[in-house]
Design a protein around this ligand. Structure first.
Ligand code: PMT
Length: 398
């Protein structure tokens, strides 16, 4: 944290609203000034007095819509005061209102009047989070540059476990800072892919690969630390979301293509560290393939090459491919740089046990359009992520 921020925390009506007290504590603990704005239903879940005491500032509620006698509307004043607007928890209803530009209460009127960065921390049942209406609203907001902290997978208010739990207060505080504080990548949007894809064979089997997601997650975490807005498209992996990163979970190559293409037009830098399956079963079986029926014949078809088609989708982005090779990096690297039409190609040797797949370390050679290849000796993936971002960041137009 390099300087104190003025944070307007919007709290909307969901059970996670009780955690807004902890968000205020985390933000204040980091030295930031916080004002809280509660929707009418939020006051059923958290007492305004709690937030008033923790923030040290009067809580903004519906009855303050007009400042008595001053002639200045409070929502305009609050929007002008704040450097960052954070809405946590953000209900499905509030996301819908933001996407539509509705202004039917203090918080949404303030959001319309606010011109700075907006961070939302959605919280809802997983069925609501995956509803097409919510998906569309989220995409609309993402396209407008609204940042998402979470949601994450975990226990829900219903007692079930699923996607929709609000991100941890610490992660939300980190996302608020990343939205405002300058770093070498401040103002940039970085799209990262990580992990494998799973291509279904039948309801219980799939074609996958050994990618753990560690390389991509390290890149995403480092890009956030450098101030970027980071969207991480993750295949099926067992890794927690780095604080401040917006995560989209996918399973198949086709899912990954759709997610990547929805974000890529807004990206300045695309880092494709995922190991995307080149082939998928042509006819995945609807029921489990039985051993008694003999060895099945598995016919495959090609998946689209997500990266090779990206130049048309994201013409202004610096494109970085990763290449999983089993030797001859010097031959395959430059060839892939051309074939995939990327600016950089990061080649690693996946036949080695001490690097690449599922290892905490990696060793890579980066091939580029201009200049000699750059060799990064074996090191932790976190450290390598820093070195790679130094190299790619230098290519971003000012
Ligand atoms: O996840 P970890 O365990 O940390 O391991 C890291 C890693 C070894 C997976 C990573 O460093 C890496 O090499 N990722 C790329 C793996 C890969 O798919 O390589 P490829 O040579 O098959 O593909 C080249 C590029 O095209 C990749 O950027 C890939 O994302 C992309 N691609 C591939 C196939 C496809 N259908 N669409 C794609 O976009």
């Amino acid at each position: 944290m390099s300087r104190p921020l003025r944070v307007l925390l919007g709290v909307t009506g969901g059970i996670a609203a009780y955690k807004s007290a902890e968000i205020v504590r985390r933000l204040r603990g980091r030295g930031h000034a916080v004002r809280c704005a509660l929707t009418r239903s939020a006051t059923s879940f958290v007492a305004p007095l709690t937030l008033e005491v923790l923030s040290g500032q009067a809580v903004l509620q519906e009855e303050y819509l007009e400042a008595a006698g001053s002639g200045v509307e409070v929502h305009i004043e609050a929007a002008a005061w704040a450097e960052v607007l954070c809405i946590a928890p953000a209900t499905a209803h509030t996301l819908g209102r933001l996407a539509l530009g509705l202004a039917d209460d203090f918080l949404t009127t303030t959001a319309l009047a606010f011109t700075g960065p907006v961070v939302t921390a959605p919280a809802m049942h997983s069925a609501m989070w995956s509803h097409p209406a919510v998906r569309e609203n989220v995409e609309t907001l993402r396209r407008r540059g609204v940042r998402f902290a979470g949601p994450i997978e975990g226990p829900l208010a219903s007692g079930e476990v699923g996607m929709g739990r609000m991100a941890d207060p610490e992660a939300i505080a980190a996302a608020v800072e990343a939205a405002v504080l300058p770093g070498p990548l401040t103002g940039r949007t970085v799209l990262v892919t990580a992990g494998p894809t799973f291509e279904p064979v039948d309801p219980v089997r799939f074609l996958g690969n050994r990618s753990s997601g560690k390389m991509g997650f390290a890149l995403a975490a480092e890009a956030v630390r450098r101030g970027a807005r980071v969207v991480l498209v993750a295949g099926p992996v067992h890794l927690g979301t780095p604080p401040g990163v917006e995560r989209i979970d996918v399973r198949t190559a086709l899912d990954m293509k759709a997610a990547v293409e929805s974000v890529a037009p807004a990206a300045d830098l695309v880092l494709m560290a995922a190991a995307v399956a080149d082939f998928r079963p042509l006819h995945p079986a609807a029921t489990k393939i039985k051993r008694e029926h003999g060895v099945p014949f598995l016919e495959l078809e090609a998946n689209p090459d997500v990266l090779a088609g990206l130049r048309a989708v994201a013409p202004r982005a610096v494109l970085v491919g990763f290449a999983a090779e089993t030797g001859d990096l010097g031959v395959h690297g430059p060839a892939k740089l051309e074939r995939k039409k990327v600016d950089f190609l990061v080649a690693n040797d996946v036949s080695r046990k001490d690097i690449a797949f599922d290892s905490d370390a990696n060793e890579v050679t980066v091939f580029r359009r201009t200049g000699e290849p750059v060799f990064f000796p074996r090191q932790q993936k976190e450290a390598l992520a820093g070195g790679l971002l130094d190299l790619f960041g230098g290519m971003l137009p000012s």
